[in-house]
Design a binder for this molecule. Structure first.
Ligand code: SF4
Length: 436
C-alpha cells in the first residue's frame, strides 16, 4: 500500500524536487539497514503499513520490514510482473491481491530487495489487523515459510462508524498481555514505556507537518499533487521512519519546500518539471498503479489535472481530522491510530470523508481508481461514487487498473476515460455558467 522511492530508471530526465531526493536517500538507508541487520545482530520484524506499530517495534530495536513496500518497489522497478506469474505458477489464484503474489514470487526468487541485496528472514511477524482480511492470509503464508513467532493484534472494524472506549480497552489489553510480552521474548529487550513516549512525541511532530503539507492543496493553484506526489510524502511516516528524528527533519524540509511553492504561486513538481496551469482539481479514491506510475501520472498533468486530496494517503493513518500519536497515553493512542486507518472505516465513513474533501479542497470531481485485486478498497466503490456524486452534484468517474500486475494496465483505455471525464467537467462548468 504505499510507496516510497522513485524507481531505479534509465530515464535520467526525470525531474525531482529536493524532498523527493531526500526521501529516496532515506529509503535507500532503510533497505541497507535491513540487509545489514543479521550482520549487526539486529532482529527483524515484518509488519504491514496500515496500523503499523513502528514506535513500539523501535522500543525493542527491531528493524522493520514492510512487505507491501517491497511489492511496490518491485512494481516501480518492473519486476513485479515476473514475481506475480511465479506465484501464480505455484497455485495462487489470479484474483489474489498482487502485493501478496509479488511478495511470494520475490521470496521464491531469492528475496532480493530493491537495493539488490537479500532481505533477511523475519524473527517475528506482527500483524496489526486493520480491516483487510488479505493481511491475515498473507501472514499465514509467511508463517509457513519462516516458522517464526507470529503476533496478531486485532483492531475491531468500525462497522457502526464509531470508536468506543471498549474497543480501545480491548486493544490495550492485547498490547499488554500478548503483543508486548511476545516482542520482549523475541527481542530480549525489556519494554520501556518512556522510550515509547519519546518516539510518539517525535511522531506527532512529524505528523503536524505532514498534515500541513497535505492541506496545502486547499490553496489555488495547489502546490502539491496529493495522490502521485502524496505517495512520496507518506513514505517515511507510513513506514520505518515514524517516531525518528529523520522523519521530523524530512517533514520540516518538505513543508518549507511547499511554503516556497505557495509563495511563488507554483503548482506541483511532476517528473517533467513544474506542472503548467491548473485546470482540474480532483479527489481520488483507491490506490495507484505502480507498474506504469509515471505514464499514469502524466495522463493527469498533461491535462492540467491535479489531485488535491486522496483516500490512499490515509491508508497508513488518518491524521487530517486531528489524530496525533499521544505520548501521554501511549498504548491507547496506538489503538486509536489503528482504528483510524482508512481500511478500518466503514462505507458511510468513507463517503463522508470524500464528500468533505470535495468541499474543503474545492474539487471539480471525484475519480475512483478501482484496483482489480484489492477487495478492501474496491468493495462498495460504485456505491461510494454515486453517493458522493449525489451529495456534491459534481461529476465522478471510474477507471480500473491494478497495483503491481502490469497485465491490468491498459494505457489507451485509461487515457480515453480520463479525457472523457475532463470533458464532462468542462460541460458541467459550462452548465453552471449558463445557469448563472
Ligand atoms: S487487498 Fe488491498 S488493502 Fe488488502 S493487502 Fe492487498 S492492496 Fe492492501
Amino acid at each position: 500500500m504505499t510507496v516510497f522511492t522513485r524507481p531505479k530508471t534509465k530515464t535520467p530526465d526525470i525531474i525531482k524536487d529536493a524532498s523527493m531526493s531526500k526521501q529516496k536517500e532515506m529509503m535507500n538507508r532503510h533497505y541497507e539497514r535491513l540487509s545489514d541487520a543479521p550482520e549487526r545482530g539486529e532482529k527483524v520484524a515484518a509488519t504491514f503499513v496500515p496500523g503499523n506499530l513502528n514506535e513500539l517495534l523501535m522500543c525493542f530495536d527491531f528493524a522493520n520490514n514492510l512487505p507491501e513496500v517491497n511489492a511496490i518497489q518491485s512494481g516501480l522497478r518492473k519486476q513485479s510482473g515476473g514475481y506475480v506469474m511465479e506465484a501464480e505458477k505455484s497455485g495462487h489464484s489470479e484474483d489474489v491481491c498482487t502485493y501478496v503474489k509479488s511478495d511470494i514470487g520475490m521470496m521464491a526468487k531469492g528475496n532480493i530487495g530493491p537495493n539488490g541485496r537479500k532481505l533477511p528472514d523475519p524473527d517475528v511477524l506482527l500483524l496489526s489487523y486493520t480491516g483487510c482480511f488479505t493481511f491475515m492470509k498473507w501472514f499465514e503464508l509467511l508463517r509457513q515459510q519462516y516458522k517464526c513467532e507470529t503476533i496478531m493484534f486485532h483492531t475491531p472494524y468500525m462497522a457502526d462508524g464509531k470508536m468506543t472506549k471498549d474497543m480501545i480497552q480491548y486493544m490495550v489489553k492485547q498490547l499488554k498481555q500478548d503483543v508486548i510480552p511476545k516482542l520482549e521474548k523475541v527481542s530480549g529487550v525489556k519494554f520501556d514505556i518512556d522510550r515509547l513516549r519519546e518516539y510518539m512525541r517525535k511522531s506527532a511532530q512529524a505528523e503536524d507537518d505532514l498534515v500541513w503539507v497535505l492541506q496545502s492543496a486547499k490553496t489555488k493553484p495547489s502546490p502539491i499533487d496529493a495522490y502521485f506526489g502524496g505517495i512520496y510524502y507518506i513514505g517515511p511516516i507510513f513506514g520505518a521512519f515514524r517516531g525518528t528524528d529523520d522523519a521530523i527533519d524530512y517533514y520540516r524540509f518538505l513543508r518549507q519546500e511547499v511554503e516556497e511553492r505557495i509563495a511563488q504561486g507554483k503548482g506541483p513538481v511532476t517528473p517533467d518539471g513544474d506542472m503548467g496551469k491548473e485546470r482540474y482539481r480532483l479527489v481520488v479514491e483507491g490506490p495507484p498503479n505502480y507498474t506504469h506510475f509515471r505514464q499514469f501520472w502524466k495522463m493527469f498533468y498533461d491535462e492540467g489535472a491535479v489531485v488535491v486530496a486522496s483516500s490512499y494517503t490515509k491508508v497508513g493513518g488518518t491524521y487530517d481530522f486531528g489524530f496525533r500519536h499521544d505520548p501521554e497515553n501511549p498504548l491507547e493512542s496506538l489503538a486509536e491510530y489503528c482504528l483510524n486507518v482508512y481500511t478500518n472505516r466503514n462505507l458511510p465513513m468513507r463517503v463522508d470523508m470524500l464528500e468533505n474533501y470535495m468541499d474543503e479542497y474545492q474539487a471539480d470531481g471525484l475519480l475512483i481508481n478501482s484496483i482489480k485485486s484489492c477487495n478492501s478498497f474496491s468493495a462498495g466503490q460504485l456505491l461510494i461514487m454515486r453517493e458522493v456524486e449525489k451529495r456534491t452534484g459534481k461529476p465522478a468517474a471510474f477507471i480500473e487498473t491494478d497495483l503491481v500486475d502490469p497485465r491490468y494496465f491498459s494505457g489507451a483505455n485509461i487515457k480515453n476515460r480520463l479525457e472523457s471525464y475532463f470533458q464532462m467537467i468542462e460541460q458541467k462548468r459550462a452548465g453552471v455558467r449558463s445557469a448563472a
